[in-house]
Design a protein around this ligand. Sequence first.
Ligand code: HAM
Length: 433
Amino acid sequence: MSKSVAKKIQAIRGMNDLLPSDSPRWQFFEEKVRQLMQRYGFAEIRMPIVEQTALFARSIGEVTDIVEKEMYTFEDRNGDSLTLRPEGTASCVRAAMEHGLLYNQTQRLWYQGPMFRHERPQKGRYRQFHQVGVEAYGFEGPDIDAEVILLSARLWQELGLMEHVTLELNSLGSSEARAAYRDKLVAYFEQHREMLDEDSQRRLTSNPLRILDSKNPAMAEMLDNAPRLMDNLDEPSQAHFEQLKTMLDAAGIAYVINPRLVRGLDYYSRTVFEWTTTALGSQGTVCAGGRYDGLVEQLGGKPTPGVGFAMGIERLILLLETLDLVPDEALGGCDVYLLPMDDTATIAAMTLAEQLRSELPWLRMQLHCGGGSFKSRMKKADKSGAPFALLLGEDEIAEQAITLKALRDDQAQQRIPQSALAHTLSEQLTHSQ
Ligand code: HAM
């Protein structure tokens, strides 16, 4: 009989496992974000990962890369077309409308979680990736635009990233101003049709503003000379943009105006912005967003202004890692390894471990499990990364004591009464508390 070799099942391309060695960095980042949101008065919302396909088609736009090529869309058992969310804004608007959160009130919301886009995977670009997003509803003026930008800037400051990121800013104006500008732009591109690459030819009728976003060097000069949206803004959008700039100046936030920043999602109007870095190669946008004053109405709600952004967690973690900005304390996993020296001490060790966990809730302690020789127990203590081992054997039990052994330096080991243990550990492990 021939032996069949089972083919190993592997993860889906572009969808990554987060391994135990990675998760401390993520937890460090997520904890900073959670605190920051509280400090700025943003409340967390959690939306489902799957939505009706029509939600994304109607909000992000039928002729965008995301909707045309990148969505994970499938039919469920009822025959409904469902989609794994490619972003959070559409779901957040849907949820806020559905639960009456936009009725006669303002909202400041944030979320985090996985998003799905069928893009070509590369460093910093994945098919399942994670975003932290912020959305504010019901605010007309530019103060909230500045406030969300300041929130993101504070995160960069506190993570040590500020000098590695640049804020790019643009205004897309009102939808009417943009429609008039679109006609001007199409006329200009028609004059230079022979210079447009294939992708841009296709976009000329469907989404000509996106041509401005092209990175094709052969088109760079022609695009530089194209009419600028900034010069064609309606008066209220112009005023909104000027005020925003004044607010950012007052807050000491540097920015560069990028008149070609148009974003890949159709719902934006007025302010758009991106935080970019040159330290990650081609996937350098770590955070992006803007205003979307027409979206709630477009999805069937009362006209309600909206503004927000989303940051790519993988890209930010990569950046923190590249620049070595996660503090060692955040990476350390274990303070103490408690080991019964042989099997007769197992129950006493377990009892002591539980006692210590009640007394010192901050203590990160691993109790040795799985038996083995004394030598192999000590090896595991060493591998745990803990700076201290606590050894419990026959003598210690008889004396109601414990042996404290430093694993990372040559301090002499000491036997201390169990009653003094909590105090000694608190003194030795000040950074963990
Ligand atoms: P977005 O520009 O499509 O905007 O994505 C925001 C951020 O998510 C990007 O700047 C990037 O850091 C990260 N990102 C996007 N695609 C990938 C990917 N394939 N792999 C890794 N990271 C990725 C939005 O999603 C809007 N919903 C932002 C927003 C919120 N606008 C207003 N409110």
